[in-house]
Design a binder for this molecule. Structure first.
Ligand code: NAG
Length: 208
Protein backbone atom coordinates (compact mmCIF):
# COMPACT_ATOMS: atom_id res chain seq x y z
CA UNK A 1 0.00 0.00 0.00
CA UNK A 2 2.77 2.39 0.95
CA UNK A 3 4.60 1.86 -2.28
CA UNK A 4 1.42 2.49 -4.29
CA UNK A 5 0.68 5.78 -2.56
CA UNK A 6 4.25 6.86 -3.00
CA UNK A 7 4.05 5.88 -6.64
CA UNK A 8 0.91 7.99 -7.12
CA UNK A 9 2.55 10.92 -5.37
CA UNK A 10 5.66 10.95 -7.44
CA UNK A 11 3.67 10.46 -10.63
CA UNK A 12 1.60 13.49 -9.75
CA UNK A 13 4.70 15.55 -9.18
CA UNK A 14 6.48 14.17 -12.23
CA UNK A 15 3.55 14.86 -14.53
CA UNK A 16 1.92 17.88 -12.97
CA UNK A 17 3.21 20.06 -15.80
CA UNK A 18 1.23 18.05 -18.34
CA UNK A 19 -1.95 17.90 -16.26
CA UNK A 20 -4.28 20.75 -17.09
CA UNK A 21 -5.84 21.17 -14.65
CA UNK A 22 -4.43 18.94 -11.95
CA UNK A 23 -7.87 17.97 -10.65
CA UNK A 24 -8.65 15.97 -13.79
CA UNK A 25 -5.93 13.49 -12.89
CA UNK A 26 -8.61 11.21 -11.46
CA UNK A 27 -10.45 10.73 -14.76
CA UNK A 28 -11.10 7.13 -15.66
CA UNK A 29 -9.29 5.79 -18.70
CA UNK A 30 -11.87 5.58 -21.52
CA UNK A 31 -12.33 3.15 -24.39
CA UNK A 32 -13.38 4.04 -27.95
CA UNK A 33 -17.06 3.82 -26.92
CA UNK A 34 -16.45 6.41 -24.21
CA UNK A 35 -16.89 3.82 -21.43
CA UNK A 36 -14.47 3.54 -18.52
CA UNK A 37 -11.94 0.80 -19.22
CA UNK A 38 -12.56 -2.19 -16.94
CA UNK A 39 -9.93 -3.42 -14.54
CA UNK A 40 -9.10 -6.98 -15.77
CA UNK A 41 -10.96 -6.22 -19.03
CA UNK A 42 -9.79 -7.22 -22.50
CA UNK A 43 -8.99 -4.58 -25.12
CA UNK A 44 -7.27 -3.99 -28.42
CA UNK A 45 -4.67 -1.27 -28.37
CA UNK A 46 -4.96 0.51 -31.73
CA UNK A 47 -3.06 3.49 -33.16
CA UNK A 48 -4.76 6.80 -32.32
CA UNK A 49 -4.53 7.82 -35.96
CA UNK A 50 -5.11 5.28 -38.68
CA UNK A 51 -2.76 5.49 -41.63
CA UNK A 52 0.21 6.09 -39.38
CA UNK A 53 2.04 3.01 -40.58
CA UNK A 54 0.93 0.12 -38.43
CA UNK A 55 -1.99 -1.68 -36.81
CA UNK A 56 -2.66 -3.23 -33.41
CA UNK A 57 -0.20 -4.84 -31.03
CA UNK A 58 1.15 -8.39 -31.33
CA UNK A 59 4.39 -10.33 -30.83
CA UNK A 60 7.23 -11.10 -33.24
CA UNK A 61 10.68 -12.67 -33.21
CA UNK A 62 13.12 -9.81 -33.73
CA UNK A 63 16.91 -9.60 -33.88
CA UNK A 64 18.40 -13.00 -33.02
CA UNK A 65 15.27 -14.36 -31.34
CA UNK A 66 14.20 -17.76 -32.64
CA UNK A 67 10.85 -17.30 -31.04
CA UNK A 68 8.28 -14.46 -30.83
CA UNK A 69 9.14 -12.63 -27.60
CA UNK A 70 9.08 -9.01 -28.68
CA UNK A 71 6.02 -6.80 -28.36
CA UNK A 72 5.50 -5.06 -31.70
CA UNK A 73 2.94 -3.07 -33.63
CA UNK A 74 1.52 -5.08 -36.53
CA UNK A 75 2.86 -4.06 -39.94
CA UNK A 76 -0.66 -4.50 -41.28
CA UNK A 77 -2.63 -1.29 -40.72
CA UNK A 78 -5.88 -3.26 -40.90
CA UNK A 79 -4.84 -5.71 -38.17
CA UNK A 80 -6.35 -5.26 -34.71
CA UNK A 81 -3.45 -7.22 -33.22
CA UNK A 82 -4.00 -9.48 -30.22
CA UNK A 83 -6.40 -8.87 -27.30
CA UNK A 84 -4.76 -7.53 -24.16
CA UNK A 85 -5.86 -7.94 -20.58
CA UNK A 86 -5.33 -4.77 -18.53
CA UNK A 87 -5.14 -5.31 -14.77
CA UNK A 88 -4.24 -3.27 -11.78
CA UNK A 89 -3.44 -5.49 -8.82
CA UNK A 90 -3.14 -2.42 -6.59
CA UNK A 91 -6.74 -1.25 -6.80
CA UNK A 92 -10.02 -2.91 -5.87
CA UNK A 93 -12.27 -0.76 -8.06
CA UNK A 94 -13.65 -2.05 -11.35
CA UNK A 95 -12.21 0.87 -13.34
CA UNK A 96 -8.91 2.67 -13.26
CA UNK A 97 -7.59 6.17 -13.83
CA UNK A 98 -4.55 7.53 -15.58
CA UNK A 99 -1.30 6.78 -13.73
CA UNK A 100 -2.71 3.64 -12.10
CA UNK A 101 0.01 0.99 -12.14
CA UNK A 102 -0.97 -1.71 -14.60
CA UNK A 103 0.05 -5.13 -15.68
CA UNK A 104 -0.54 -5.78 -19.39
CA UNK A 105 -0.72 -9.26 -20.85
CA UNK A 106 -1.83 -11.00 -24.00
CA UNK A 107 -4.93 -13.04 -23.18
CA UNK A 108 -3.12 -16.16 -24.31
CA UNK A 109 0.57 -16.97 -24.33
CA UNK A 110 1.77 -17.05 -27.94
CA UNK A 111 2.56 -20.76 -27.71
CA UNK A 112 4.67 -22.70 -28.53
CA UNK A 113 7.28 -19.99 -28.17
CA UNK A 114 6.74 -18.73 -24.69
CA UNK A 115 4.92 -19.65 -21.56
CA UNK A 116 4.64 -15.99 -20.66
CA UNK A 117 2.02 -13.56 -21.81
CA UNK A 118 2.75 -10.58 -19.58
CA UNK A 119 4.69 -7.54 -20.76
CA UNK A 120 7.94 -6.49 -19.20
CA UNK A 121 10.79 -4.11 -20.02
CA UNK A 122 14.17 -5.68 -20.77
CA UNK A 123 17.44 -3.77 -20.54
CA UNK A 124 20.86 -4.27 -22.09
CA UNK A 125 19.57 -4.89 -25.62
CA UNK A 126 21.25 -3.45 -28.74
CA UNK A 127 18.12 -1.35 -29.26
CA UNK A 128 18.14 -0.08 -25.69
CA UNK A 129 15.27 -1.02 -23.40
CA UNK A 130 12.35 -2.72 -25.08
CA UNK A 131 9.00 -4.30 -24.25
CA UNK A 132 9.19 -8.10 -24.24
CA UNK A 133 7.34 -11.06 -22.79
CA UNK A 134 8.28 -11.58 -19.18
CA UNK A 135 10.24 -14.81 -19.42
CA UNK A 136 12.98 -12.95 -21.30
CA UNK A 137 15.35 -12.31 -18.42
CA UNK A 138 17.29 -9.12 -17.59
CA UNK A 139 14.04 -7.31 -16.89
CA UNK A 140 13.63 -3.89 -15.34
CA UNK A 141 11.28 -4.00 -12.37
CA UNK A 142 8.52 -1.46 -12.69
CA UNK A 143 4.94 -0.73 -13.66
CA UNK A 144 3.15 0.39 -16.79
CA UNK A 145 0.45 3.06 -16.74
CA UNK A 146 -1.70 5.00 -19.22
CA UNK A 147 -1.66 8.78 -19.59
CA UNK A 148 -4.05 10.86 -21.67
CA UNK A 149 -2.48 12.10 -24.93
CA UNK A 150 -4.44 15.32 -25.09
CA UNK A 151 -7.22 17.09 -23.24
CA UNK A 152 -9.92 18.94 -25.09
CA UNK A 153 -12.05 21.15 -22.86
CA UNK A 154 -10.59 19.32 -19.82
CA UNK A 155 -11.66 15.92 -21.13
CA UNK A 156 -9.31 13.32 -22.46
CA UNK A 157 -9.69 12.94 -26.23
CA UNK A 158 -9.68 9.15 -25.73
CA UNK A 159 -6.13 8.75 -27.00
CA UNK A 160 -3.50 7.57 -24.56
CA UNK A 161 0.17 6.89 -24.28
CA UNK A 162 1.91 4.17 -22.31
CA UNK A 163 4.49 5.04 -19.68
CA UNK A 164 6.83 2.74 -17.78
CA UNK A 165 7.84 3.62 -14.23
CA UNK A 166 10.89 1.68 -12.99
CA UNK A 167 10.85 1.04 -9.24
CA UNK A 168 13.19 3.32 -7.35
CA UNK A 169 13.34 5.94 -10.07
CA UNK A 170 11.59 9.23 -9.50
CA UNK A 171 10.39 9.47 -13.05
CA UNK A 172 8.50 7.50 -15.66
CA UNK A 173 9.41 7.01 -19.29
CA UNK A 174 7.48 7.06 -22.57
CA UNK A 175 6.93 3.90 -24.56
CA UNK A 176 7.26 4.55 -28.29
CA UNK A 177 7.73 2.68 -31.55
CA UNK A 178 11.15 2.02 -33.02
CA UNK A 179 11.52 0.50 -36.50
CA UNK A 180 14.44 -1.92 -36.73
CA UNK A 181 16.50 -2.92 -39.78
CA UNK A 182 14.06 -5.72 -40.57
CA UNK A 183 11.12 -3.32 -40.51
CA UNK A 184 9.69 -4.55 -37.19
CA UNK A 185 7.83 -1.82 -35.31
CA UNK A 186 9.04 -2.56 -31.80
CA UNK A 187 7.75 -1.07 -28.56
CA UNK A 188 10.73 0.51 -26.81
CA UNK A 189 11.45 3.05 -24.10
CA UNK A 190 11.52 6.22 -26.15
CA UNK A 191 11.48 9.38 -24.12
CA UNK A 192 9.78 12.28 -25.83
CA UNK A 193 8.38 10.15 -28.62
CA UNK A 194 5.36 8.30 -27.25
CA UNK A 195 3.16 5.94 -29.25
CA UNK A 196 -0.42 7.27 -29.13
CA UNK A 197 -3.24 4.76 -29.14
CA UNK A 198 -6.88 4.18 -28.35
CA UNK A 199 -8.41 1.28 -26.44
CA UNK A 200 -11.12 -0.72 -28.15
CA UNK A 201 -13.01 -3.23 -26.05
CA UNK A 202 -12.88 -6.72 -27.51
CA UNK A 203 -16.32 -7.37 -28.99
CA UNK A 204 -17.07 -3.71 -29.63
CA UNK A 205 -17.38 -2.61 -33.24
CA UNK A 206 -16.73 1.03 -32.52
CA UNK A 207 -13.38 2.33 -33.65
CA UNK A 208 -13.76 6.06 -33.21
C1 NAG B 1 -5.92 13.09 -29.41
O1 NAG B 1 -4.82 13.96 -29.45
C2 NAG B 1 -3.61 13.40 -29.96
C3 NAG B 1 -2.51 14.42 -29.79
O2 NAG B 1 -2.80 15.60 -30.47
C4 NAG B 1 -3.84 13.00 -31.41
O3 NAG B 1 -2.68 12.43 -31.96
C5 NAG B 1 -4.98 12.00 -31.46
O4 NAG B 1 -5.26 11.65 -32.78
C6 NAG B 1 -6.23 12.59 -30.80
N1 NAG B 1 -7.25 11.54 -30.74
C7 NAG B 1 -8.49 11.72 -31.19
C8 NAG B 1 -9.42 10.57 -31.02
O5 NAG B 1 -8.85 12.77 -31.73
Amino acid sequence: MFRESLFALFLLSAFSSSLLPLTTAQDYVLDTDGHAVENHGTYYLLPAKSGSGGGGIEVAATGKESCALTVVQSLNEDSMGLPLKLSSPSITTSHFTEYTSLSIEFTSAPAPCSSASEWTVVKGLPEGRAVKLNDYGNTVEGDFAFVCAKREFYRCNKSYQLIFCPYGLMRCEDVGISIDDDGNRRLVISDGNPFLFKLQKVGSSSST
